[in-house]
Design a binder for this molecule. Sequence first.
Ligand SMILES: NC(=O)CC[C@H](N)C(=O)O
Length: 359
Amino acid sequence: MSARYLILEDGSVFSGEGFGSPAVTFGELVFNTSMAGYQELITNPVYFNQIVVFTQPNVGNLALQRNVYETITPSIKGVIVRNLAQFEATGPRQVSLDQYLNQMNIPGITNIDTRALVHRLKVAEKPLRGSIVPVPDDHAFDQLHATVLTNQQVAQVATPKPYPNPDVGLTVVVIDFGLKNGILRELSRRKCNVTVLPYTATATEILRLDPDGVVLSSGPGDPKNVKKSVLKMIQEIQTRVPLFGIGLGHELFAMANGAKTKQLAVEHHGMNHPIKEIITDQIVYASQAEGYQVERESVDRQRLYVTYVDLLDNSVQGLRHRQYPAFAVQFFPDGAPGPDETNSLFDEFMEMMRQGGER
Ligand SMILES: NC(=O)CC[C@H](N)C(=O)O
């Protein structure tokens, strides 16, 4: 393996060894505290324009599995691990993390001091941008400082065209803001007859499919940068059919109902926060990837109430509408990777759709 470096916009340099693709890359640095599930993580479109540091020190000892990808073409910009695990293929078609990143043109760094790196990211007052380079010279820093990362991430990862995922059960429209397959898997498990629509779909286009319910998917970036017409669409749809928002979809649902979102100084990615369901006092561990959260004080109590709260930072993790059958969660209810104890939210959505009224 050859030497490779991570340089950060604050001037710091971390050295390690390259794996995956030898390409130079730019992105925003975030760290993920999940103990397992590297494949689901690196293929989640939520990581568009981001380089992910794993705090779990040993990553990659399992081959990729053909049925757990979260998207076909990953949009993550780089992968940083303390130790790339020794990998021995036990079958002819097995692909290692190293081989996969190479195929997908994504660079990785191993043998890097991830503890020092995470510390640096935690003390920074904003998410830091960085670059993975073969030589950490002035030229590399100039390139990093000159690079502009788009703030239109959703437009880059969401499907431009509708596509079906047919089955024989209830009809669901999924609005793609950067959809991960875990959401489709949970709907397939429940035999939903799904059509995925681009996030630019209007309420009229959605209702033309006569859905029993609508899911607003998770996705990358700042919800404030998503086209404003999406908020109008949500305002209309929630009055007509049951609605379920996830991640970015949750943030947009909140905004459509008058709430505000704020950016976190340190993004939170992992599955180690206890989250309390307020009505039952039950605690769940859920998979999270959040750089933005709904501001609790901005939630209009006449319209929404808070259903889930994060016990570590007291943040809003779930909302429900007072008048309409519409609810949303900040975390990934499909897990993928992560605990599956929040999968039951899909059952709640099914129940809501069954009660959704006469057709
Ligand atoms: N989980 C998600 O869908 C992420 C939503 C949004 N991009 C955020 O960072 O908060």
